[in-house]
Design a binder for this molecule. Structure first.
Ligand SMILES: Nc1nc2c(c(=O)[nH]1)N[C@H]1C(S)=C(S)[C@@H](COP(=O)(O)OP(=O)(O)OC[C@H]3O[C@@H](n4cnc5c(=O)[nH]c(N)nc54)[C@H](O)[C@@H]3O)O[C@H]1N2
Ligand SMILES: Nc1nc2c(c(=O)[nH]1)N[C@H]1C(S)=C(S)[C@@H](COP(=O)(O)OP(=O)(O)OC[C@H]3O[C@@H](n4cnc5c(=O)[nH]c(N)nc54)[C@H](O)[C@@H]3O)O[C@H]1N2
Ligand code: SF4
Ligand SMILES: [Mo]
Length: 695
C-alpha cells in the first residue's frame, strides 16, 4: 500500500491528509499522522472526499455552450479545442478593449500564485477573490488597528485560558486542527464563552453562552470595553507601550454601560460584568475570535474592530495563548518560495472595482468582487468583457443571482474552472473541468505560522474522467496567449522553480508532505513587538481611516428591527457540508439532504407553526417553502438556515429541489455592503414566514 501525503480539498481549510493507495485506488483517507493537531482525523466532509472520484454528476470533459446561457445544452470537446476556443475569445476581447477587460475571480488561498500570474501576464489588474463575501471586514479591521493582515497573527487555542467565539461557530464551521487544539485546551481548564444568536454546537459546549439580538454585537462589545477600562481590568503596561489613543477610547466608551447594552442585546448587565472580569483574569492568554464569515451587516467592520480592540486591551496580541504573530520564512532566517506573479510587472491600469483609487482605504490585493460586477454592469470605469470564475460560484455565493445573470449576459466570455457543477459553471460559455484534489497535484504552498512550513498537494490517483490539474489548464492557456514563462513541462519543473534558492528539494516532501522551516514554534519577544501602522502602535484612531475621512470610533446605531410578522434572515454552516458544493456528494447528501428553517418557539406559535411543519418564506413576491425546525434555541427576531441548499440544476439529481437558497431572499443585496470593511451585508434582509399547506 502506497502512502501519499497531500492536502484535503473539500473545503477552504486544506488540512494535511494521508491517502492510502492500493492498485490505483484510494483504500483509505485520514488526517496526516505526522501533524499532531490532526490526530489522524478528518471532518465528515474530508472523509467523504472519495465519493467525488466516481461521481458521474460532475463535469467530466471540457464543455462549450451550445444553447442559450443557462439552458444546459453543451458540446463535449477535447482540451485542445476548449483551450483554443477560450484563448481565441480572450484575444478578441483584448484586441477590442485591452487586457484590463479580462477579469478572474477565485476562492483565495495558498494555491493561486500561478493563475494570478497568468492574469497579470496578460496585463490585467482585475484579479478578485471571494473575500467580499466572507472575511474582508475582518481583514480591514485588523489592518486598520495593527497594519498587519488578519493572517499575520495565529489563534493560539492550544495555550489559551479563555476563548470567546462571537460570530464564529468553530465546532461546526470546522478547521480540524483548530477544533482539536481548542478541545485540548478545554480539557486543560480553558473557559469557552460563546456569543451567538442561536444555540450552535459551539454554544452547547460553552461555559457561558450569551444569546444576543442579531446585529447587536457592537453594543455588547462596547460594553465590554467600557468595563475593561472603567474597572481598570485592561493591561496597563501593555497599553502604555503599544496602544495609541487610550484617552480617546476611554472618552468614547463612557456612555456604553452594560445596562445600556442590555437594552440592545438582551444580555444581562451583571452577567456581562462577571464575564469580563473572568476574561481579564485569564489575560493575556485569551483569544476573542474576530469572526470569519463576518460579511453580515453594514457595520460589521466596526464589530471586528471592537473585537481586536478588546484583544489589544487584554494584551493578547503577541502573547502565547492569545494572538501571537506568525512567522514568515524570512522571520526564521529562510527564503520563501519563488513566485510566478513576480515574473511580470504589476499592471499600471486602475482596477475596475475601484479598490485602491476610488476607494483608497481598501487593501488592494484581492479587490472586491461585488464592485467588479458593478463595473461589468455599468462599464464604469471601463468595460470588463471576459470573466473567468476560477473555483468560484458567485451565482450561489452572492445576493441577487438573477441580477448577476443579467450582468454576466453582458460578457463576451464567461469561463468556469471547477471540479463540480455550480450555478456559475452552468451559466458559463465554457466549463474547464478540474481534476478533484485526489487526482491532481497543486503548486507548492507556504504556511506562515509559529513554525512556518512548505507543503505539497500530490496526486493520489489518476483522474477518472477527462479532467486536468490547474497547472495544466493555466499552462495550456499561457502557451496559447504568449506567456511561455508559465508553460512548464510538468509539475516537477514547477516545484523546482518555486524551490529555487530555498535550500529545499522536491524529494524533501516525500517523507511527510511538508517541510518545516524552523525546529520549533517561535514566539516573538512580547516586549519588542512591532506593528505596521504609521505610528508603529495599535492605532485606536487609525491614520489611514481618518485620511480617507472615515471615523475610527463609530458610535453605536441600532439596526432596524424586523417589522411585525417578519424575521431577519440569518445563515451559517453545518459540519456536514461545505458551502454549496457538497450537497450533491452522495455520502454527504445521504446524511443531510436538505436544510431546515430554525424558528423560535414563541414566534412559531404565534404563526400557528409547529416543529416539522412546512412554512412559506417570502420576500418581495419571491417565495419558497421549507420545513420548520422550531426551537427555543434561536432569538425570536431571527430565522436561520444552513447556506448552500436549494439547488436547481438538472445535472445534480440528488441536490436538486432540496431545501432553500438563502441568497435568493436578499433583494438589492449586491448594493448593500459595508462601506468601511468592503464586504456584503448579507444579514440586512427580512423575510415573511407563514404556515404553508402541509398536506
Ligand atoms: N463544515 C464547514 N466548515 C466550514 C465551512 C463550511 O462550509 N462547512 N466554510 C468555511 C468558511 S468559507 C468559513 S467563512 C467559515 C465560517 O465560519 P463561521 O463564521 O464560524 O461560521 P458561520 O456558521 O457562518 O457563522 C458563525 C455563527 O454566527 C452566528 N450569527 C449569525 N448572525 C449573528 C449575529 O448577528 N451575532 C452573533 N453573535 N452571531 C451571529 C450564526 O448563528 C453561526 O452560528 O467556516 C469554514 N468552515
Ligand atoms: N447567502 C449566503 N452567501 C454566502 C455565504 C452564506 O453563508 N450565505 N457564505 C459566504 C462565504 S463564507 C463564502 S467563503 C463564499 C463561498 O463561495 P465560493 O467562494 O464560491 O466557494 P465554494 O462554494 O467553496 O466553491 C466555489 C466553486 O468552486 C469549486 N471548487 C471547490 N474547490 C475547488 C478547487 O480546489 N479548485 C477549483 N477550480 N474549483 C473548486 C466548487 O465545486 C464550487 O463550484 O460564499 C459566501 N456567500
Ligand atoms: S476541515 Fe474537513 S473538509 Fe476542510 S480541509 Fe479539513 S478535513 Fe477537509
Ligand atoms: Mo468563507
Amino acid at each position: 500500500m502506497k502512502k501519499v501525503y497531500s492536502v484535503c480539498g473539500m473545503c477552504t481549510v486544506r488540512c494535511p491528509i494521508e491517502a492510502s493507495v492500493e492498485g490505483g485506488r484510494i483504500a483509505a483517507l485520514q488526517g496526516n499522522p505526522h501533524v499532531p493537531a490532526m490526530a489522524g482525523g478528518l471532518c465528515p466532509r474530508g472523509a467523504a472526499g472519495t465519493a467525488l472520484l466516481n461521481d458521474g454528476e460532475r463535469p467530466q470533459t471540457p464543455l462549450i455552450r451550445e444553447g442559450a446561457r443557462g439552458e444546459g445544452r453543451w458540446r463535449a470537446v477535447s482540451w485542445d479545442e476548449a483551450l483554443d476556443h477560450v484563448a481565441d475569445r480572450l484575444k478578441s476581447v483584448m484586441a477590442a478593449h485591452g487586457p484590463r477587460a479580462v477579469a478572474l475571480s477565485d476562492r483565495g488561498g495558498p494555491f493561486r500564485d500561478l493563475h494570478r500570474a497568468w492574469l497579470r501576464g496578460l496585463g490585467s489588474p482585475n484579479y478578485v477573490n471571494h473575500d467580499a463575501s466572507c472575511a474582508r471586514n475582518v481583514q480591514h479591521a485588523h489592518l486598520s488597528l495593527t497594519g498587519l493582515g488578519r493572517k499575520d497573527v495565529a489563534y493560539d487555542f492550544a495555550h489559551s485560558r479563555h476563548v470567546v467565539l462571537q460570530l464564529r461557530n468553530l465546532f461546526e464551521a470546522v478547521d480540524v486542527q483548530e477544533v482539536n487544539r481548542l478541545m485540548g485546551a478545554l480539557e486543560k481548564g480553558c473557559r469557552l464563552t460563546v456569543i451567538d444568536i442561536r444555540t450552535s454546537v459551539s454554544a452547547t459546549k460553552a461555559h457561558d453562552f450569551f444569546m444576543v439580538r442579531p446585529g447587536s454585537d457592537y453594543a455588547f462589545n462596547l460594553a465590554v470595553i467600557h468595563v475593561l477600562i472603567k474597572e481598570g481590568l485592561y493591561d496597563r503596561g501593555y497599553a502604555t507601550r503599544y496602544i495609541k489613543d487610550m484617552p480617546a477610547l476611554a472618552a468614547f466608551i463612557a456612555p456604553y454601560t452594560p445596562e445600556w447594552a442590555a437594552t440592545e442585546t438582551g444580555a444581562d448587565a451583571d452577567r456581562l460584568r462577571r464575564f469580563v472580569r473572568r476574561l481579564a483574569e485569564a489575560a493575556p492568554a485569551v483569544v476573542w475570535h474576530p469572526g470569519w464569515m463576518a460579511a453580515r451587516y453594514r457595520h460589521s467592520f466596526y464589530v471586528c474592530r471592537s473585537i481586536y480592540i478588546i484583544n489589544a486591551l487584554l494584551g493578547a496580541f503577541g502573547a502565547q495563548g492569545g494572538l501571537p504573530l506568525v512567522n514568515k520564512p524570512a522571520d526564521v532566517g529562510r527564503k520563501g518560495l519563488k513566485t510566478f506573479v513576480d515574473l511580470f510587472p504589476a499592471p499600471k491600469e486602475p482596477r475596475a472595482d475601484g479598490v485602491g483609487w476610488r476607494y483608497g482605504h481598501f487593501d488592494k490585493g484581492p479587490g472586491l468582487a461585488h464592485l467588479l460586477y458593478k463595473a461589468m454592469e455599468t462599464d464604469d470605469p471601463y468595460p470588463v468583457k471576459a470573466y473567468i470564475a476560477y473555483r468560484h460560484d458567485p451565482l450561489m455565493g452572492f445576493p441577487e443571482p438573477e441580477r448577476l445573470q443579467r450582468i454576466f449576459d453582458r460578457l463576451d466570455l464567461l469561463v468556469a474552472v471547477t471540479f463540480s457543477w455550480s450555478d456559475t459553471a452552468w451559466y458559463a460559455d465554457v466549463v474547464l473541468p478540474l481534476s478533484t484534489y485526489l487526482e491532481r497535484e497543486s503548486i507548492l504552498a507556504c504556511k506562515n505560522a509559529l513554525k512556518p512550513f512548505f507543503f505539497v498537494r500530490q496526486r493520489s490517483v489518476e483522474p477518472c474522467y477527462d479532467t486536468r490539474a490547474d497547472w495544466q489548464i493555466v499552462g495550456g492557456l499561457a502557451r496559447r496567449l504568449g506567456l511561455p514563462q508559465l508553460d512548464f513541462d510538468g509539475i516537477d519543473a514547477i516545484w523546482r522553480f518555486q524551490l529555487e534558492g530555498t535550500g529545499v528539494s522536491v524529494e524533501d516532501f516525500d517523507a511527510t508532505g511538508m517541510v518545516p522551516l524552523a525546529d520549533a514554534p517561535l514566539y516573538r519577544d512580547r516586549e519588542k513587538l512591532k506593528f505596521k501602522t504609521p505610528s508603529g502602535k495599535i492605532e485606536i484612531v487609525s491614520e489611514l481611516l481618518e485620511k480617507n475621512k472615515i471615523v475610527s470610533l463609530q458610535p453605536y446605531e441600532p439596526l432596524p428591527r424586523p417589522p411585525q410578522g417578519m424575521f431577519r434572515l440569518t445563515f451559517g454552516r453545518c459540519a456536514l457540508h461545505t458551502q454549496g458544493h457538497t450537497v450533491n456528494n452522495p455520502l454527504l447528501y445521504e446524511q443531510m439532504p436538505a436544510n431546515v428553517l430554525w424558528m423560535n418557539t414563541m414566534a412559531a406559535k404565534a404563526l400557528g407553526v409547529a416543529d416539522g411543519d412546512r412554512v412559506e418564506v417570502a420576500q418581495n413576491g419571491y417565495k419558497e417553502t421549507i420545513k420548520a425546525h422550531v426551537t427555543d434555541g434561536i432569538h425570536p427576531e431571527a430565522v436561520f438556515v444552513v447556506h448552500g441548499f436549494g439547488h436547481t440544476l438538472p445535472v445534480e439529481s440528488r441536490a436538486k429541489g432540496k431545501g432553500l437558497a438563502d441568497n435568493k431572499f436578499m433583494a438589492g443585496g449586491l448594493d448593500l455592503w459595508d462601506p468601511v470593511g468592503g464586504a456584503i451585508a448579507y444579514q440586512e434582509h427580512f423575510v415573511a414566514i407563514s404556515k404553508a399547506d402541509n398536506k
